[in-house]
Write a protein that binds this ligand. Structure first.
Ligand SMILES: NC(=O)c1ccc[n+]([C@@H]2O[C@H](COP(=O)([O-])OP(=O)(O)OC[C@H]3O[C@@H](n4cnc5c(N)ncnc54)[C@H](OP(=O)(O)O)[C@@H]3O)[C@@H](O)[C@H]2O)c1
Length: 338
């Protein structure tokens, strides 16, 4: 089936709510970018489902407080929910958020949802901003969270989840070859002015997320680490994601949304599914509230795709290291990675 036809069919697919875990009242969830859009709806669902502790990772405490007040009002969970500050433009902020997560008694899922679309190219920490927020910071946060998820798996005999919210736009055929070839640094190259554009940069960042999730899941098998790691695409949804987009880009998106988009509430069900999915979702691409690896093109999964995945991973770790935020993967893998 042509990809676009499949996309249209998917957008009209009814999305089920996942069953509520029996012990949800004991569980702790963290949702980043939870003050609005998909993150807001996802956090609200978790509160309504009876989650014991829901932490909203937000860059504006003020916006977070307003969002939490609305969630409390709508769910009747007046004492539940917490606001923790997190700015993914700053790796130091990611580190302090990660340290704070380390103090939790228990963590059942990190839903790394916050993300941006940029129209104007800005460079922060030497990296184009959407690449920094969507990939470098998001993966640093994920890596810093793994020890707490592993500890929770051991202590409570559960399978905590690490969910990265990606996008189906990463899998379009024009993304084939989007990762620069060997010999150039992925993050330097994709931060350059040449090749930057609203409709090209965002899917590239989402593609790097998918490669990174696949590689991390490979390095930390669920059987050994106890943590389910997956990527999810919420599909096209009505949110403010295009707030930084140029007027022409906004018009194109508005037309597409009018015809095809889900509400943010519907889209958020895909995040819930990924956060509660079984171990078969480890390393997987999820969408439409199911594991949907068949949507991942062969140019990602074949030998050349695997080589690209390893290069993305190597350059990511190298970049984190050079910015003073090194990650000891061998330690995360219990000494099994060399
Ligand atoms: N909507 C769609 O059609 C669609 C499709 C595919 C994938 N996605 C993905 O879904 C996720 C959620 O997007 P959305 O559609 O809900 O968009 P949204 O309404 O724009 O929400 C994005 C969230 O990310 C936060 N954020 C942005 N930059 C941040 C930073 N530097 N530090 C911390 N938080 C930051 C935003 O905070 P502020 O409010 O403070 O800016 C907001 O809470 C994103 O990863 C997006 O790529 C969305």
């Amino acid at each position: 089936m042509p990809r676009f036809v499949g996309f249209v069919r998917d957008q009209y697919t009814a999305l089920p709510m996942p069953p509520v875990p029996a012990d949800i009242a004991q569980q702790t969830f963290v949702v980043t970018g939870a003050n609005t859009g998909l993150g807001f709806q996802c956090a609200k669902h978790l509160l309504r489902m009876g989650a014991g502790r829901v932490i909203l990772g937000v860059r504006s405490v003020e916006k977070g407080e307003a969002a939490l007040a609305a969630m409390r009002q709508e769910t009747g969970r007046h004492a539940a929910g917490e606001i923790w500050e997190l700015d993914l433009q700053s790796l130091d902020s990611v580190e302090s958020f990660g340290r704070r997560l380390g103090t939790l008694d228990r963590l059942d899922a990190l839903i790394a949802n916050a993300g941006v679309v940029m129209t104007d190219r800005q460079v922060v920490e030497g990296i184009e901003l959407s690449l920094l927020v969507n990939v470098v910071s998001t993966m640093l946060l994920a890596l810093r969270t793994v020890p707490k998820l592993q500890e929770s798996a051991r202590s409570f005999n559960t399978a905590p989840h690490l969910v990265i919210v990606s996008s189906n736009s990463a899998l379009e055929s024009d993304m084939k070859g989007a990762v620069p070839p060997a010999g150039s640094d992925v993050f330097d190259k994709l931060s350059e002015k040449k090749g930057f554009g609203t409709f090209t940069q965002y899917p590239k960042t989402k593609l790097l997320q998918i490669y990174a999730v696949r590689q991390l899941a490979l390095l930390l098998p669920v059987a050994a680490s106890g943590v389910v790691i997956n990527a999810v695409s919420p599909g096209l949804c009505y949110t403010d994601l295009d707030r930084n987009a140029s007027p022409p880009a906004k018009v194109v998106l508005a037309i597409m949304r009018k015809m095809l988009a889900r509400t943010a509430e519907e889209g958020s069900r895909t995040l819930l599914h990924a956060a509660l999915a079984g171990p078969d979702s480890h390393g997987a691409y999820c969408s439409e509230c199911r594991v949907k690896n068949e949507d991942v093109p062969t140019w990602i999964t074949n030998a050349s795709g695997k080589a690209t995945q390893e290069r993305v991973w190597k350059d990511l770790l190298k970049r984190l290291d050079s910015l003073g935020h090194g990650v000891d993967i061998a330690a995360l893998a219990g000494g099994q990675v060399v």
